[in-house]
Design a protein around this ligand. Structure first.
Ligand code: PLP
Ligand code: COI
Length: 357
C-alpha cells in the first residue's frame, strides 16, 4: 500500500527539546504522524505521513461514547554510532491485530503498520534521544470515527501513529517502586478484554491507581478478578518474582497483557542461566515467602517501564520489603542485558532488532 509523505512546512516544525534528562514520559510529540483510514466497503485508504496536528472529529464519533479504541507501545533507539533500531515491532503489529479482532475493528496490514512506522521514524530521526535510558516511544492507535450513537461496531476508523521522545516512565528512574496489591477493584475477568490493549482497560484502572497514590504507593498490582487470589500484572507492566536463581511470572490465561518485554525477559533469563516458571502465584503464599526471604527480588517489565525494580509490596495493610529493598542482582542483570541489546552495546543474539534506513 502506498504511503504518501506530505510536506512539512517550516513554520510547522516544533522547537526541539534541549535537555534529554528532562524528557519524562509522553509529554512531547514530534513534527509528523502516520495516518490511514478504513471505511466499510473500501478497506484501508489514504495512508499518509503528515504534519502532527489535532484531528477534527464529530462529537458523535463512537470512540467518544463506547471506547472502541486500541493502541500499542514500542520504541526506537539511537545507538552511539547513529544506527536507529526498532525492538521487535512485528510483535506489536501482531498484538495490535489481536486487539483489533477482539474489539471488532479491522486488522491493519502488517506491511502498513511496519513500513508506516519505519518511514515515520526515519523522517523524524532527529527527534530520537540517545542518552542512557532515553528512546523514541511510538504509539500506534486505532479509533472508531463513525458518528453514531447506536451500540455496534463502527464502519469508519482512523489508524495513526505518533512519536514521543521519552526518558524513564517512572519519575524515580531505575529505582525501586512501592506497589499496593489491589483487593477492592478488579482489572479483568476471564472472557473480558484484559489481554488486549484497549483504552477502556486503563480508564477502568484509574480509580484504583489514584487511591493507591493517595496512600503513598507508586503502582497497583492486580489480582485475578474471580478469586482475588492470584497475582496478575501491574497497570503498565508484567510482574516477575525471583527465588534465588528461579524467576516466576503469572501465566498468560487471557486476563493479562502478553507483554513483549515479558516474553523477551523469559528468553533472556534462560540464556543467562536462570530457571523460569510461568505459573499461578497465590498472593498469601507470595507475601509469606517475601517475609521469609525466599523471594529475593521483584520487578516489572514493559516497553515504557523497561525493567522496574519493586522494593516494597503491600497487601491488606501489611507491607513487606522485597529482598534488600534495593535493586537486586537479577533485576540489574536483566536490565543491563535488555538495554544493552536495544542500544547495540550487546549482540542481538535473538534477532530482535529492525534497523531503520
Ligand atoms: N501490562 C500492561 C497492562 C501494559 O499496559 C503493558 C505495556 O504495554 C505491559 C503489561 C507490558 O507489555 P509490553 O512489554 O509489551 O510493553
Ligand atoms: C507501554 O509500555 O508501551 C504501555 O503501553 C504502557 C502505557 C500504559 C504507558
Amino acid at each position: 500500500m502506498e504511503i504518501r509523505v506530505l510536506p512539512l512546512p517550516e513554520e510547522r516544525k516544533k522547537t526541539k527539546y534541549t535537555d534529554e534528562s528532562q524528557l519524562g514520559f509522553g509529554k512531547l510529540f514530534t513534527d509528523r504522524m502516520l495516518v490511514a483510514e478504513w471505511k466499510a466497503g473500501q478497506g484501508w485508504v489514504d495512508a499518509r505521513i503528515e504534519p502532527y496536528a489535532p484531528f477534527s472529529l464529530d462529537p458523535a464519533c463512537m470512540v467518544f461514547h463506547y471506547a472502541q479504541e486500541i493502541f500499542e507501545g514500542l520504541k526506537a533507539y539511537r545507538w552511539e554510532d547513529g544506527t536507529i533500531t526498532l525492538f521487535r515491532p512485528e510483535m506489536n503489529a501482531r498484538r495490535f491485530n489481536r486487539s483489533a479482532a477482539r474489539m471488532c475493528m479491522p486488522e491493519v496490514p502488517e506491511e502498513l503498520f511496519l513500513d508506516g512506522i519505519a518511514r515515520l521514524v526515519s523522517l523524524e530521526r532527529e527527534w530520537i534521544p540517545s542518552s542512557p535510558g532515553t528512546s523514541l516511544y511510538i504509539r500506534p492507535t486505532m479509533i472508531a470515527v463513525e458518528p453514531m450513537l447506536g451500540v455496534k461496531p463502527s464502519n469508519h476508523f482512523y489508524f495513526y501513529a505518533i512519536l514521543s521522545p521519552v526518558g524513564a516512565y517512572y519519575a524515580a528512574g531505575f529505582n525501586p517502586v512501592s506497589i499496593l496489591v489491589e483487593d477492592k477493584y478488579v482489572r479483568a475477568v476471564p472472557g473480558g478484554t484484559g489481554e488486549v490493549k484497549t483504552g477502556a482497560n486503563y480508564a477502568a484502572s484509574l480509580k484504583s491507581g489514584l487511591e493507591a497514590k493517595e496512600k503513598g504507593y507508586d503502582q497497583v498490582l492486580w489480582l485475578d478478578g474471580v478469586e482475588r487470589r492470584y497475582i496478575e500484572e501491574v497497570g503498565a507492566m508484567n510482574m516477575f518474582f525471583a527465588y534465588d536463581d528461579r524467576i516466576v511470572t503469572a501465566p498468560l490465561a487471557g486476563t493479562i497483557l502478553p507483554g513483549i518485554t515479558r516474553q523477551s525477559v523469559l528468553l533472556l533469563a534462560q540464556e543467562l542461566g536462570y530457571k523460569v516458571e510461568e505459573r499461578q502465584i497465590d498472593v498469601d503464599v507470595l507475601m509469606a515467602e517475601i517475609k521469609e526471604g525466599k523471594v529475593t527480588e521483584a520487578f516489572g517489565s514493559g516497553t515504557a517501564a523497561v525493567i522496574t525494580p519493586v522494593g516494597k509490596l503491600c497487601y491488606k495493610d501489611e507491607c513487606v520489603q522485597v529482598g534488600s529493598g534495593g535493586v537486586g542482582c537479577i533485576t540489574q542483570k536483566l536490565y543491563d542485558t535488555l538495554c544493552g541489546i536495544q542500544t547495540g552495546k550487546l549482540p542481538d543474539t535473538f534477532g530482535w532488532l529492525r534497523k531503520i534506513d
